[in-house]
Write a protein of this length. Structure first.
Length: 124
């Protein structure tokens, strides 16, 4: 991908267990962007942090930035607040700000959600 002149933002999951563990263990936030969205009976907070210190991470083609997304969702139903939290990690060849990464990652999930929603609508 890098050789072709393209960049990447890749989520880390079980498909790269040792890299995931390295990033999770050694991630030290340098800059954080906070986004808060309210609506539809819920409040969503996303802390998007970046780390450019890759000293403890094994070499990876084009890697320049580690990204951590901590999400908290508060859903209000029948006088009860249900809170869920999740932490996700990404790697990227891009050198963007925390806010720019937040917008790109959020934009990607928005596209994914619309694709899945559309597929459900048309499968009836």
């Amino acid at each position: 991908m890098i050789k072709s002149g393209n960049d990447y933002i890749a989520s880390l999951k079980g498909n790269q267990p040792s890299l995931f563990k390295e990033v999770k263990t050694n991630f030290t936030p340098e800059v954080t962007d906070l986004q808060i969205n309210k609506g539809h009976g819920r409040i969503e907070k996303r802390h998007v942090s970046i780390c450019k210190n890759l000293d403890s991470i094994r070499p990876w083609p084009g890697l320049t930035t580690l990204i951590q997304v901590k999400s908290e969702r508060q859903v209000f139903t029948h006088h009860v607040i249900e809170v869920t939290t999740e932490t996700r990690y990404y790697i990227s060849s891009l050198s963007l700000t925390a806010q720019e990464f937040a917008e790109r990652i959020r934009g990607y999930w928005g596209v994914e959600n619309k694709v899945h929603y559309g597929a459900r609508c048309y499968s009836r």
